[in-house]
Every structure is written in structure tokens, then in C-alpha cells.
Design a protein around this ligand. Structure first.
Ligand code: IMP
Ligand code: MG
Length: 179
């Protein structure tokens, strides 16, 4: 375990099993369709890579990059779009893949931006849901794990751009972000 981790919250095996369950549901729910799977950079990349390899429906891939956090641990409520989609989504079934929903600002704004482009549907898949922290009324359509209000790292999630490559999800030691 990384020395900045207080403890491991979710092991590689727990994550793998749960991602398979969510993929099974997507395979059933999108049977006969070709959804556009939109990864929100950068936090979702590891989850995204694992999830799409478990999908056996045809999919197309695209990415958006947004930021709301800066280097702190509390959402600012401001969303900056750094990279837009390459593809037109009009009439498409869009699946947004995000690492974590916290206040809900990021996904609420993203959903609004995408809906204005007249897709056939927009659904949200998240790896983690910090449900206690929600400020905006928005719920993911598919969620792998509900978690408590603790700052987590690994499996794509960062603190100040670090730890994304850890293969498990760990709780960051508070002294790392309070100093
Ligand atoms: P929201 O807009 O408050 O829902 O925040 C969503 C974004 O906050 C996610 O995409 C993450 O980048 C970031 N975030 C929220 N909680 C955590 C955490 O515990 N670890 C790492 N990033 C987090
Ligand atoms: Mg992030």
C-alpha cells in the first residue's frame, strides 16, 4: 500500500467484480444499440478502460475534459471545459463515464450541455457515489459503489494529479492535504 494511503477502501478484485456487474447491465440495457461512450478526463480513464473491455455491444468512444477542483479537495461549483467531444451527438445514445459524483455540479452541468445537442438519450455511469455530499439534485443511472465522505485516490482518481496509477482505491491520509 502507498504510504500516503490511510487504508484500502476497495481492492482490485472488488472493483473488477463490480465493474463486470455494471457492464452486464449496460450490455442488456443497450442491446441492439451503438452508444457513444464518453469518458470524462482524466479521472475516469482507468474505470473507462476496464468498463469498455467488458462491453460486448458495439460502442464508439469519445472524451471530454473538464475541471472544477483546482488542487484542493472541495468542488468550486465552476466548470471549465478544456476539451469538447470530437463527435456530433445528435440522435445518439450517450453514456457518460465519470470517476466520482460528489456535489453533483460537474455531472449536472455536463448533462445540461449534452442535452442541448439533442441526443437520443444521456445516461450517467459512475464508479463512486459520495451521496452524502450532494448539493445538486442529480443521481447517476449506474453506480458501482456508494462511499462515505472521505477523500479517495487511485484507480484514476487523483489528489493534485498524483496517485491515479494506484490499482486500488485508497483513502488519502488527511495530513497529505492539510499541510
Ligand atoms: P462534483 O462536481 O462535486 O460532483 O465533483 C466531481 C469531481 O470531483 C470528480 O470528477 C473528481 O474529479 C473530484 N472528486 C470528488 N471527490 C473526490 C475524491 O474523493 N477523490 C478524488 N477526486 C474527487
Ligand atoms: Mg478529477
Amino acid at each position: 500500500m502507498h504510504h500516503d494511503c490511510e487504508r484500502i477502501l476497495l481492492t482490485q478484485e472488488q472493483i473488477e467484480n463490480r465493474v463486470q456487474e455494471i457492464a452486464d447491465r449496460l450490455n442488456a440495457d443497450y442491446a441492439g444499440k451503438t452508444p457513444l461512450v464518453v469518458g470524462i478526463l482524466k479521472g475516469s480513464i482507468v474505470f473507462y478502460g476496464d468498463l469498455i473491455r467488458k462491453l460486448d455491444i458495439p460502442v464508439e468512444l469519445d472524451f471530454m475534459a473538464v475541471s472544477s477542483y483546482g488542487s484542493g479537495t472541495v468542488s468550486s461549483g465552476m466548470l471549465k471545459m478544456k476539451k469538447d467531444l470530437d463527435r456530433d451527438i445528435k440522435g445518439r445514445d450517450v453514456i457518460i463515464v465519470e470517476d466520482i459524483i460528489d456535489s453533483g455540479y460537474t455531472l449536472a452541468k455536463l448533462k445540461k450541455i449534452l442535452y442541448e445537442r439533442q441526443p437520443a438519450s444521456v445516461k450517467i455511469v459512475v464508479l463512486l457515489d459520495k451521496f452524502e455530499r450532494r448539493v445538486v439534485a442529480i443521481e447517476p443511472d449506474y453506480s458501482c459503489f456508494d462511499i462515505e465522505d472521505e477523500f479517495v485516490i487511485g484507480y484514476g482518481l487523483d489528489y493534485d494529479e498524483k496517485y491515479r496509477n494506484l490499482p486500488y482505491i485508497g483513502i488519502l491520509k488527511p495530513e497529505v492535504y492539510s499541510k
